[in-house]
Design a protein around this ligand. Structure first.
Ligand SMILES: [Zn+2]
Length: 248
């Protein structure tokens, strides 16, 4: 267990954190962890009828609200939907964010997921988590205790790889008692919920989250669960801190 209990989620879009690891974030907040939620983009393409500037303002406020529910802080790296790239300027922004936050536990996307913004974010987050503790990687002052954090990849959307094959992330966390709070976090993203509700004629935004978590819950005999794969390569901590804290 790290002394400095600070968790950072670096995911592509506003609402990805709530959808993919919101239940586990509730548990971490309850356990006293400091919460930071970051998105690569302000969600500028998540609309059918608003300008990119209008929807970006709406969605960053929605994400700020959900982070506040966990007494956490929201950060946006201000890249653009569909155009997230593993390149030097983007990586620098991510490293600078890591320097300011100095996380000891990090969540990002699965390396293989349904869209490229997610895959690029996964690479960027992996590189930033590896390198931010090296003094010369950023001009942002190095916080004491900065080092290689625990890194977990979230479940890919729908629990499948980009080819439609089911995947089985090995760290499965029971979030049955947190599912209502998780739904509340997700519901902060009203703009996304509304257009899906209008389009599907049902509350698909919340329901699709519950379906995926029910599917993972079934694997360990509980109602709802979130699944993760830990990055265990050198020099990352290899003990499964999530399972140690919240496992059965
Ligand atoms: Zn996304």
């Amino acid at each position: 267990m790290p002394d400095n209990q600070t968790v950072l989620t670096l995911l592509a879009h506003p609402d990805d954190a709530e959808f993919l690891c919101g239940g586990t974030l509730c548990k971490l907040a309850d356990a006293g962890w400091e919460i930071h939620i970051a998105s690569m983009t302000p969600g500028d393409c998540g609309t059918m009828d608003r300008t990119r500037w209008e929807i970006s303002a709406v969605r960053t406020n929605e994400n700020r609200k959900s982070a506040q529910m966990l007494l956490g802080e929201y950060h946006c790296l201000d890249e653009r939907d569909i155009y997230v790239c593993y390149d030097k300027p983007t990586l620098q922004k991510a490293v600078d964010l890591f320097r300011r936050v100095a996380p000891t536990l990090v969540f990002t996307h699965a390396p293989k997921d349904y869209m490229m913004d997610h895959e690029m974010t996964s690479l960027i987050c992996r590189a930033a988590s590896f390198g931010f503790g090296a003094p010369n990687t950023s001009d942002v002052p190095l916080k004491e205790g900065s080092g290689v954090p625990y890194l977990y990849y979230c479940d890919p959307l729908g629990g499948t790889d980009p080819y439609g094959n089911p995947v089985s992330p090995p760290t499965v966390i029971d979030i049955s008692s947190d599912i209502d709070r998780k739904a509340d976090l997700l519901a902060c993203h009203e703009s996304q919920r509304e257009w899906l509700r209008a389009h599907h004629g049902m509350d698909e935004y919340i329901e699709s989250m519950k379906r995926q978590n029910a599917m993972r819950g079934k694997q360990i005999g509980v109602e709802y669960a979130e699944a993760f794969t830990q990055h265990r390569g050198h020099p990352y901590p290899g003990d499964d801190v999530l399972k140690d804290m919240f496992g059965q």
